[in-house]
Design a protein around this ligand. Sequence first.
Ligand SMILES: Nc1nc2c(ncn2[C@@H]2O[C@H](COP(=O)(O)OP(=O)(O)O)[C@@H](O)[C@H]2O)c(=O)[nH]1
Ligand SMILES: [Mg+2]
Length: 316
Amino acid sequence: MGFFSKLRKGLEKTKGSFIKNIETVVLGYANIDDDMYDDLEAVLLTSDIGVETTDYLMDMLRTGVKNKSIRDTNDVVPYLQKCIADLLNENAESIDSHSDAVEVIFIVGVNGVGKTTTIGKLAKYYKQHGKKVMIAAGDTFRAAAAEQLTIWAQRTEVPIIKHREGADAAAVVFDATASAKAHGIDILLVDTAGRLQTKSNLMEELRKMARVASKNIEGAPQETLLVLDATTGQNAVSQAKLFGEVVPLTGVVLTKLDGTAKGGVILSVKRELGVPVRWIGVGEGVDDLRPFDAAEFADALFDRNITEREKEENDD
Ligand SMILES: Nc1nc2c(ncn2[C@@H]2O[C@H](COP(=O)(O)OP(=O)(O)O)[C@@H](O)[C@H]2O)c(=O)[nH]1
Ligand SMILES: [Mg+2]
């Protein structure tokens, strides 16, 4: 199965709990009136997109009615589709680093969201796209973390820098950045520990790692990606807010979009954090991660352009 098909399948439950409910409400009204607005708002509020995004979409809807983009109830769902696609598309352009320096990417997030797995997938992706990749085992808190990462490094055939359990994570970053420079590496992926309960320690550790990275490579880390688990719904948004206070984030990786009903959280992450979603994960396999494409996501969510998308996939 191609990525689009997987994404569509993964979003089926989200579709069932979110899009279908919107359609049901709209079908129940012959005319657009206050009761319909109230019902729609209630549906949006229970669909993991969050209060702010609900308010935003309701405002857009009222504007659409006022300026006659929406003439009757038939126009409501297509109009909402467009609003959602546009929202996901805002500042979606990726950072293209034009420098020759090693691009250092910190992967942060609480335990279990999929950081290590994402690093494995990213290693494969970048390697496939002709980049020289290295991995740094910056989660020194648990021995299992480095072991798990070593398996990914072997599987994707990329070098890994690791120290013993309990070692200083900043020292790993120091060695890895030096080694990456010496070996002409393009992308250095840095795993980190996810102990959010000790927020001040985590903050100190991440800051120190960043400081050390920038000593060896100017401007590093160029990216700090926060990994969020879509199945945790609005909880993911709270995590993102907390992490945002600890480190400057450049993007979000939303994992586990396969099979959750809470996929609507992607809108909330986008709107409430102002940080773009850069990658999405739809499974545990090495190929189950892709750069986030708003149009593709919206098509998968609303079941549009399926034949074209699947044809594109088969042509790849
Ligand atoms: N279904 C699914 N599982 C995922 C995805 N990404 C990661 N996982 C699983 O989530 C679990 C935790 O992942 P891990 O990378 O160890 O998380 P970490 O603690 O943040 O490093 C593992 O069982 C992964 O296989 C995804 O996109 N979909
Ligand atoms: Mg891990």
